[in-house]
Design a protein around this ligand. Structure first.
Ligand code: F6R
Length: 241
Protein backbone atom coordinates (compact mmCIF):
# COMPACT_ATOMS: atom_id res chain seq x y z
CA UNK A 1 0.00 0.00 0.00
CA UNK A 2 1.36 3.37 -0.97
CA UNK A 3 0.13 6.47 0.89
CA UNK A 4 0.51 9.84 -0.75
CA UNK A 5 -0.02 12.94 1.36
CA UNK A 6 -1.51 15.84 -0.54
CA UNK A 7 -1.62 19.41 0.74
CA UNK A 8 -5.34 19.95 0.61
CA UNK A 9 -8.53 18.84 -1.15
CA UNK A 10 -7.56 20.48 -4.44
CA UNK A 11 -4.13 18.87 -4.40
CA UNK A 12 -5.64 15.46 -3.50
CA UNK A 13 -8.10 15.81 -6.38
CA UNK A 14 -5.36 16.69 -8.89
CA UNK A 15 -3.16 13.81 -7.78
CA UNK A 16 -6.05 11.32 -7.94
CA UNK A 17 -7.13 12.60 -11.36
CA UNK A 18 -3.56 12.26 -12.63
CA UNK A 19 -3.49 8.62 -11.57
CA UNK A 20 -6.82 7.94 -13.32
CA UNK A 21 -5.66 9.92 -16.36
CA UNK A 22 -2.52 7.78 -16.60
CA UNK A 23 -4.72 4.67 -16.57
CA UNK A 24 -6.92 6.02 -19.38
CA UNK A 25 -3.91 7.06 -21.46
CA UNK A 26 -2.11 3.73 -20.99
CA UNK A 27 -5.22 1.63 -21.65
CA UNK A 28 -7.87 3.63 -23.54
CA UNK A 29 -10.42 0.79 -23.24
CA UNK A 30 -9.88 0.31 -19.51
CA UNK A 31 -12.58 -0.47 -16.96
CA UNK A 32 -12.85 2.24 -14.30
CA UNK A 33 -14.62 1.46 -11.04
CA UNK A 34 -16.13 4.71 -9.84
CA UNK A 35 -17.47 6.16 -6.61
CA UNK A 36 -19.93 8.88 -5.65
CA UNK A 37 -19.97 11.09 -2.54
CA UNK A 38 -18.36 14.46 -1.92
CA UNK A 39 -14.75 13.29 -1.98
CA UNK A 40 -14.44 12.46 -5.73
CA UNK A 41 -16.20 15.59 -7.03
CA UNK A 42 -12.91 17.50 -7.36
CA UNK A 43 -11.25 14.51 -9.01
CA UNK A 44 -14.05 14.33 -11.57
CA UNK A 45 -13.71 18.08 -12.23
CA UNK A 46 -10.03 17.55 -13.01
CA UNK A 47 -10.85 14.65 -15.37
CA UNK A 48 -13.37 16.87 -17.17
CA UNK A 49 -10.62 19.50 -17.57
CA UNK A 50 -8.35 16.78 -18.98
CA UNK A 51 -11.02 15.92 -21.55
CA UNK A 52 -11.68 19.56 -22.41
CA UNK A 53 -8.03 20.35 -23.00
CA UNK A 54 -7.66 17.32 -25.26
CA UNK A 55 -5.47 15.19 -22.99
CA UNK A 56 -8.08 12.55 -22.23
CA UNK A 57 -10.27 10.48 -24.52
CA UNK A 58 -12.97 8.45 -22.74
CA UNK A 59 -14.63 7.08 -25.88
CA UNK A 60 -13.56 3.49 -25.20
CA UNK A 61 -13.59 3.58 -21.39
CA UNK A 62 -16.05 1.34 -19.56
CA UNK A 63 -17.21 2.07 -16.03
CA UNK A 64 -18.72 0.19 -13.11
CA UNK A 65 -19.99 2.17 -10.16
CA UNK A 66 -19.74 0.87 -6.63
CA UNK A 67 -23.28 1.29 -5.46
CA UNK A 68 -26.76 2.75 -5.80
CA UNK A 69 -29.65 3.43 -3.45
CA UNK A 70 -32.42 0.85 -3.67
CA UNK A 71 -35.80 2.29 -4.52
CA UNK A 72 -34.68 5.70 -5.75
CA UNK A 73 -35.60 6.45 -9.37
CA UNK A 74 -32.63 7.28 -11.61
CA UNK A 75 -34.26 10.67 -12.30
CA UNK A 76 -34.04 11.61 -8.59
CA UNK A 77 -31.20 14.08 -8.21
CA UNK A 78 -29.92 12.10 -5.22
CA UNK A 79 -29.56 8.83 -7.14
CA UNK A 80 -26.00 7.84 -7.87
CA UNK A 81 -26.95 7.44 -11.51
CA UNK A 82 -27.90 11.12 -11.56
CA UNK A 83 -24.78 12.10 -9.59
CA UNK A 84 -22.44 10.40 -12.05
CA UNK A 85 -24.06 12.03 -15.06
CA UNK A 86 -24.11 15.41 -13.37
CA UNK A 87 -20.55 15.32 -12.06
CA UNK A 88 -18.77 13.44 -14.84
CA UNK A 89 -20.49 11.51 -17.61
CA UNK A 90 -22.43 14.43 -19.14
CA UNK A 91 -19.20 16.40 -19.50
CA UNK A 92 -16.88 13.90 -21.20
CA UNK A 93 -17.00 11.83 -24.40
CA UNK A 94 -17.94 8.59 -22.70
CA UNK A 95 -20.24 6.15 -24.50
CA UNK A 96 -23.36 5.83 -22.33
CA UNK A 97 -23.64 2.18 -23.37
CA UNK A 98 -20.39 1.53 -21.51
CA UNK A 99 -21.69 2.77 -18.15
CA UNK A 100 -22.69 0.35 -15.41
CA UNK A 101 -24.37 1.21 -12.12
CA UNK A 102 -26.53 -1.11 -9.99
CA UNK A 103 -30.14 -0.49 -10.96
CA UNK A 104 -31.82 0.95 -7.88
CA UNK A 105 -35.14 0.83 -9.71
CA UNK A 106 -35.13 -2.96 -9.70
CA UNK A 107 -37.01 -3.98 -6.54
CA UNK A 108 -35.83 -7.60 -6.88
CA UNK A 109 -32.68 -7.34 -4.79
CA UNK A 110 -31.46 -10.86 -5.40
CA UNK A 111 -31.85 -10.64 -9.19
CA UNK A 112 -30.29 -7.17 -9.39
CA UNK A 113 -27.27 -8.08 -7.26
CA UNK A 114 -26.65 -11.27 -9.27
CA UNK A 115 -27.00 -9.31 -12.51
CA UNK A 116 -24.55 -6.63 -11.42
CA UNK A 117 -21.99 -9.08 -10.10
CA UNK A 118 -22.11 -10.83 -13.50
CA UNK A 119 -21.74 -7.49 -15.32
CA UNK A 120 -18.54 -6.62 -13.43
CA UNK A 121 -17.16 -10.13 -14.01
CA UNK A 122 -18.00 -9.96 -17.71
CA UNK A 123 -16.05 -6.71 -17.94
CA UNK A 124 -13.06 -8.64 -16.65
CA UNK A 125 -13.03 -6.70 -13.38
CA UNK A 126 -11.87 -3.13 -12.85
CA UNK A 127 -8.47 -2.00 -14.10
CA UNK A 128 -8.67 0.81 -11.56
CA UNK A 129 -11.19 1.17 -8.75
CA UNK A 130 -11.67 4.60 -7.19
CA UNK A 131 -12.90 4.56 -3.58
CA UNK A 132 -13.93 7.07 -0.97
CA UNK A 133 -14.24 5.97 2.64
CA UNK A 134 -16.97 6.57 5.21
CA UNK A 135 -16.34 7.76 8.78
CA UNK A 136 -16.92 4.20 9.97
CA UNK A 137 -14.52 2.77 7.39
CA UNK A 138 -17.18 1.69 4.93
CA UNK A 139 -16.24 1.26 1.27
CA UNK A 140 -19.04 1.21 -1.22
CA UNK A 141 -21.87 0.48 1.17
CA UNK A 142 -20.01 -2.32 2.90
CA UNK A 143 -20.73 -1.28 6.46
CA UNK A 144 -18.93 -2.55 9.59
CA UNK A 145 -20.14 -6.10 10.23
CA UNK A 146 -19.13 -9.42 11.70
CA UNK A 147 -17.93 -10.69 8.36
CA UNK A 148 -16.97 -9.40 4.94
CA UNK A 149 -19.72 -9.88 2.36
CA UNK A 150 -18.01 -10.97 -0.83
CA UNK A 151 -20.34 -10.24 -3.72
CA UNK A 152 -22.74 -7.51 -4.79
CA UNK A 153 -25.52 -7.42 -2.22
CA UNK A 154 -28.34 -5.37 -0.76
CA UNK A 155 -27.56 -3.62 2.53
CA UNK A 156 -29.50 -1.87 5.25
CA UNK A 157 -27.69 1.41 5.73
CA UNK A 158 -26.40 2.15 9.21
CA UNK A 159 -27.92 5.00 11.17
CA UNK A 160 -24.63 6.96 11.00
CA UNK A 161 -24.59 6.64 7.20
CA UNK A 162 -28.22 7.74 6.94
CA UNK A 163 -27.41 10.72 9.16
CA UNK A 164 -24.32 11.58 7.06
CA UNK A 165 -26.37 11.41 3.85
CA UNK A 166 -29.35 13.36 5.08
CA UNK A 167 -27.67 16.63 4.11
CA UNK A 168 -28.56 15.73 0.54
CA UNK A 169 -32.28 15.24 1.22
CA UNK A 170 -35.02 17.56 2.43
CA UNK A 171 -35.72 15.47 5.50
CA UNK A 172 -34.18 12.39 7.07
CA UNK A 173 -37.27 10.29 6.23
CA UNK A 174 -36.46 10.79 2.53
CA UNK A 175 -33.02 9.17 2.82
CA UNK A 176 -33.19 5.66 1.38
CA UNK A 177 -32.53 2.96 3.95
CA UNK A 178 -31.14 0.31 1.62
CA UNK A 179 -28.58 0.19 -1.15
CA UNK A 180 -27.09 -2.22 -3.65
CA UNK A 181 -23.33 -2.38 -3.37
CA UNK A 182 -20.38 -4.21 -4.78
CA UNK A 183 -19.11 -6.66 -2.19
CA UNK A 184 -15.60 -6.85 -0.81
CA UNK A 185 -14.47 -9.39 -3.43
CA UNK A 186 -16.09 -7.37 -6.19
CA UNK A 187 -13.93 -4.44 -5.07
CA UNK A 188 -10.79 -6.45 -4.31
CA UNK A 189 -10.74 -8.04 -7.78
CA UNK A 190 -9.72 -4.65 -9.19
CA UNK A 191 -6.18 -4.70 -10.52
CA UNK A 192 -5.43 -1.36 -8.92
CA UNK A 193 -7.27 0.54 -6.18
CA UNK A 194 -7.13 4.28 -5.58
CA UNK A 195 -8.55 5.53 -2.28
CA UNK A 196 -9.08 9.23 -1.69
CA UNK A 197 -9.75 10.69 1.75
CA UNK A 198 -10.13 14.30 2.78
CA UNK A 199 -10.75 16.21 5.99
CA UNK A 200 -9.81 16.15 9.68
CA UNK A 201 -13.00 14.24 10.50
CA UNK A 202 -11.55 11.23 8.63
CA UNK A 203 -8.09 11.30 10.30
CA UNK A 204 -9.02 8.72 12.94
CA UNK A 205 -10.50 6.25 10.47
CA UNK A 206 -7.54 6.65 8.10
CA UNK A 207 -5.25 5.53 10.92
CA UNK A 208 -7.51 2.63 11.89
CA UNK A 209 -8.18 1.41 8.36
CA UNK A 210 -4.64 1.45 7.03
CA UNK A 211 -2.55 0.89 10.17
CA UNK A 212 -4.92 -1.07 12.41
CA UNK A 213 -5.93 -4.73 12.30
CA UNK A 214 -7.72 -6.10 9.24
CA UNK A 215 -11.28 -6.63 10.40
CA UNK A 216 -14.81 -6.54 8.92
CA UNK A 217 -15.58 -4.01 11.68
CA UNK A 218 -13.46 -1.59 9.60
CA UNK A 219 -14.28 -2.69 6.05
CA UNK A 220 -11.58 -0.54 4.39
CA UNK A 221 -8.91 -2.37 6.42
CA UNK A 222 -9.19 -5.27 3.93
CA UNK A 223 -7.42 -3.02 1.42
CA UNK A 224 -4.19 -3.70 3.33
CA UNK A 225 -4.34 -7.17 1.73
CA UNK A 226 -4.54 -5.89 -1.86
CA UNK A 227 -1.28 -5.92 -3.83
CA UNK A 228 -1.72 -2.55 -5.53
CA UNK A 229 -3.40 0.18 -3.49
CA UNK A 230 -2.64 3.88 -3.57
CA UNK A 231 -4.22 6.07 -0.89
CA UNK A 232 -4.21 9.82 -1.47
CA UNK A 233 -5.03 11.76 1.71
CA UNK A 234 -5.01 15.48 2.23
CA UNK A 235 -3.03 16.91 5.15
CA UNK A 236 -6.03 16.94 7.49
CA UNK A 237 -7.05 13.32 6.80
CA UNK A 238 -3.44 12.21 7.10
CA UNK A 239 -2.69 14.13 10.29
CA UNK A 240 -2.58 11.04 12.55
CA UNK A 241 -0.35 8.88 10.34
C1 F6R B 1 -19.92 6.20 -2.71
C2 F6R B 1 -19.57 5.24 -1.70
C3 F6R B 1 -19.27 5.59 -0.29
C4 F6R B 1 -18.49 6.89 -0.12
C5 F6R B 1 -18.27 7.21 1.35
C6 F6R B 1 -17.56 8.53 1.56
O1 F6R B 1 -20.16 5.57 -3.96
O2 F6R B 1 -19.54 4.10 -2.03
O3 F6R B 1 -18.55 4.54 0.29
O4 F6R B 1 -17.27 6.79 -0.80
O5 F6R B 1 -19.50 7.24 2.01
O6 F6R B 1 -18.42 9.55 1.17
P1 F6R B 1 -17.93 11.07 1.09
O7 F6R B 1 -16.95 11.13 -0.04
O8 F6R B 1 -19.19 11.85 0.79
O9 F6R B 1 -17.32 11.39 2.40
Amino acid sequence: MRIIKAKDYADMSRKAANIIAAQVILKPDCVLGLATGSTPIGTYKELIKGYENGDLDFSLVKTANLDEYRGLPKSNDQSYDYFMKDNLFNHININFENLNIPNGENPDAEAECARYEAVVKALGGQDLQLLGMGHNGHIGFNEPADEFVKETHCVDLQESTIQANKRFFEKVEDVPTQAYTMGINTIMQAKKILVIVSGADKAEIVKKAFFGPVTPQVPASILQMHPDVVVVVDEAAGSLI
